[in-house]
Structure formats: C-alpha cells, structure tokens
Design a protein around this ligand. Structure first.
Ligand code: GLU
Length: 476
C-alpha cells in the first residue's frame, strides 16, 4: 500500500502543541514508509477560520522541520463535491431530511435526562411520509440532513496504536447530522464527519493518524465509508497530552502554541525532539536526545503508547539546554543576533560576539536566556543587593581606585587575560587583601552582581568598549 497521510488542522487558532505532535507522528511515519505527507486546511467554519492562523500553522510546521509534499488542500474549496456526496447518500436512502426544531430537540433531551437516559437523537424523522414532509415545508421549517446509524450495528477496526477497537452504533448519538439547516430544496453546509471522509478519500489517504479524542468520529466515519463504498483507511489514534495535574493540556495551562514556545526561546530541534517523546518510547540503545531525521528511519507505531503523555517542562528544558550546548558559537550567535538587534545592542566585532556567546552559552537553557545574560555587557547594570553589600566593604573602594588608576593609560584593544590577571595580582598585593576580595569587588563594580560567567573573560569583553573604566569610576 502506498502510504499517504495528512494533517488536517482547523485554522481557528494558532498551531497547538497537540496538533504539531500529530503532524510529527504523521510525518515520521510517512518518512519511514517512503510515503507522502499532506496538509489539508479544514476551514469550513468560515467565521472562526482566519488567514493569520493558516500562516501561523504553515510557519510553525516549517520551523519544526515538518514539510509537506504537495500543495495543501483547502477544504472550503471542495464544498460542491461535499454536497454532491450528501445528495448521493440521500438518493441511496442512507440519509434524510430531519425537520425537528431546536425546541423539539431540547425537549426530547430533557425528557431523556429525566428518565435517566443519555441524550441522543431518537431518529423521529427517519421515516417521514411525503405528506408529513410537505407539511413541515409549508410550515416554513428548514431541515438538517441526517445520516442513518443503526443501533444494532457494530463497528470495528484495527487501530495501529490501540489494537482492535469496537463501537456499538447505539453509542453514537442516533442518526448523525451531516449538513446544517437550510431550505428544504437545498443542501446546507456539510459538517465535519462527512467532509473528512469525502476529502480523505479524494486525497487517497491510506492512514488516518490523529488524536484519541477522535475515536467516536472514526466509528461514524467508517459507517460513511461503507455507505459510500469507499476504501477505508487504516487508523491510528495518538494518546492525549496531559498537564502536570493529569488533565488534558489546554490554553489554561499557559503556553500551548508552537509560536509561543518559539518566542520563549525554545529551539525547533528541542521542540521536535520533545514532542516525539510525548507518546513514543525510545527503543533500547537510542538516546532520548535525537534529531527527528534520525528517528524517521526507525519510527513505528509499535512504540507509541496507549496511555496519555504528561507534559514535562523539566525534560523539555533539559533537551533545549542540550541543543544549545551542542550549537557552534556561530549558530548560537546567529540565533541571538535578531534578539540583540531588537534591543538595539551593537556587537563591536564578529569575534567579540563569538567570544560573548562562548562565555554565556554554557549556562543558557533558553535562547532568550542569552539576552538576560548578555545585558550587562551592553547596558549599565543596576547594583543588586549582593553587589551593593560587596561594595560597602571598606577595602572595596581602595581596590577599585587602584585598578581605575592603572586602567588610565591602558590600551583597550590590547587588554589581555594576562594583563587583567596581573592587575588583579597587583591590587591584591598593594591593598593587602585576599585575591577573592579583589575579584568580588571588581565583579560587583563591573556587572552589578556577584554571579556570572568567568570574570576575566567577561572583563576583557567589557573593556573593548572601555566600559570597565566608566563603570568603576561611577562608583568612586
Ligand atoms: N480539523 C480536525 C481537527 O483539527 C481534524 C481531525 C482529523 O484529523 O480528522 O481536530
């Protein structure tokens, strides 16, 4: 079987983590099987669908390295085909017009509830006579179109992740609405289950891989495939992603869209790596830190869990720091450059920039950490509490005065590690203090705090703008 899979996002919001993970599993499977990965934009909800969301979805997928193979199918452009299929279903007796009003349906559900039953359409208009229909039409009623679902029907499929699945027709809510209300002589807007079957079939999709929240839809869709005498694809339902409290990850958990993760400073490589781990178990002998291109050679649904996956920030952060630490200084600088530009921070030379990222890179977890850590090199830092305390020690002023004097005739361009160390040693001797006190006082004066990367290297970088002199003199 030629493998053709698809992602079918609705552009009613930005690319969600769960949708991106579904995209990734589709893509990995397609790559592994030498198949085709397609995109279908499910924009039939014209009011909620937006161009900007389509762009956000395309951008997010591309950023993650999930590229699609053919130009995307736009669902709303196929509405005539969808209506034609509905017509066929009516003609063959698989579907019918239901004139029940919303008020009648509400009342029906109320009665069911009162009797302790689950609300379900009672198929009341399945067998209307033509006289009854004519009466409803004369009364000005507009029908929906419903697809017949027999209570007795058992629907089964072999799910690639969940194994044999069986649903009973009686659990599917009665005859299903496949087109919205519209005047009786026309066909209203076709609805989700119908259009998905129509499109998956037209796109010759061999495997439908999507979240487990679609399980009951799959049962309904299989009935449509059967009625239309179409090939039924293979199904794989991926586990849900849960928050730390074990509830389905939702907007309330804060960051859920791929563009937000990007904005926070997560790398596409760590995101793609982490999302693969959300549901897929790493086979023995394979490290948890990987590139998706490597996994696309070994991906299989046998290793996808049925159990839900818990979102784990610590693991994502760990992976992101790994990716950053593995980056060359060139790449890290390329990543930081636009963020520095946003702040209007100018790097005096490429070499200086490379040295800066070499210094701050090892303690970065997020790309954006680089901005916080680079800040004191570009902007005068405020004194933190520990920095202030350090500078209140009476020897601190003497030390700084001595260093400042020595910096008076210093040539900034040739200031080196040796010269910096020599200056520190001289200050230690002359002021008769411990070297640690000199180092701490100098750090507090230059960077405002006692924490930070290697002091000598940081000092050298700062000296290139002669900022060291300015910062010490402001305190004396
Ligand atoms: N538009 C649907 C969704 O975003 C697609 C589901 C499917 O893959 O069939 O959930």
């Amino acid at each position: 079987m030629k493998v053709r899979v698809r992602l079918a996002p609705s552009p009613t919001g930005t690319l969600h983590l769960g949708t991106a993970r579904t995209a990734l599993f589709n893509w990995l499977f397609a790559k592994k099987e030498g198949g085709t990965f397609l995109l279908r934009i499910e924009d039939t909800d014209l009011e909620r669908s937006k161009e900007e969301y389509i762009k956000n979805i395309y951008d997010g997928l591309q950023w993650l390295g999930i590229n699609w193979d053919e130009s995307p199918t736009i669902q709303s452009e196929r509405v005539n085909e969808h209506k034609q299929i509905i017509k066929t279903l009516i003609d063959k007796g698989f579907a019918y017009k239901c004139y029940a009003s919303e008020a009648e349906l509400d009342e029906m559900r109320e009665t069911q509830k009162k009797n302790g039953l689950a609300p379900k359409y009672d198929n009341r208009h399945r067998n209307l006579t033509s006289e009854q229909e004519a009466e409803f039409i004369t009364a000005g009623r507009e029908p929906v179109i419903r697809f017949k679902i027999s209570d007795q029907k058992l629907i089964s499929w072999n799910d690639l992740i969940r194994g044999k699945m069986t649903w009973s027709g009686k659990d599917l809510g009665g005859d299903m609405v496949i087109a919205r209300r519209a005047p009786a002589e026309s066909i209203g807007d076709p609805l989700y289950n119908l259009v998905v079957v129509a499109d998956d079939s037209a796109m010759q999709i061999s495997h439908v891989i999507r979240g487990e929240d679609h399980l009951s839809n799959t049962a309904k869709q299989i009935l449509l495939y059967e009625a239309l005498d179409l090939n039924i694809p293979v199904f794989a339902h991926t586990p849900l992603i849960l928050n730390s409290e074990g509830k389905k990850l939702s907007k309330r958990d804060g960051v859920t869209s791929i563009s937000e993760f990007k904005k926070m400073g997560y790398t596409s490589e760590a995101m793609a790596n982490y999302m693969t781990l959300l549901g897929w178990s790493v086979p023995e002998g394979i490290n948890e830190r990987f590139k998706i291109s490597e996994i696309s050679k070994i991906f299989s649904f046998k290793k996808v869990n049925k159990a839900s996956a818990k979102f784990d920030w610590d693991k994502l952060n760990w992976l992101n720091s790994q990716v950053i630490h593995e980056m060359s200084a060139e790449t890290l600088l390329e990543n930081l450059d636009p963020l520095f530009k946003e702040k209007e921070w100018h790097i005096p030379s490429h070499e200086w920039g490379i040295n800066l990222v070499g210094l701050i890179g090892p303690s970065m977890v997020l790309i954006n950490d680089g901005v916080d850590q680079a800040k004191p090199f570009f902007e005068e830092p405020e004194l933190s509490d520990d920095g202030k305390k350090q500078l209140e020690i009476k020897e601190a002023t003497v030390i700084l005065k001595f260093i400042l004097e020595k910096l008076g005739d210093r040539d900034a361009a040739s200031f080196s590690k040796e010269k910096a160390l020599d200056l520190i040693n001289q200050a230690t001797k002359r002021c008769e203090v411990k070297k640690g006190l000199v180092m701490k006082s100098l750090r507090a004066a230059l960077f405002g705090t006692l924490n930070g990367p290697d002091l000598i290297q940081s000092w050298i970088l700062l000296s290139r703008f002669s900022k060291d002199r300015a910062r010490i003199s402001r305190l004396i």
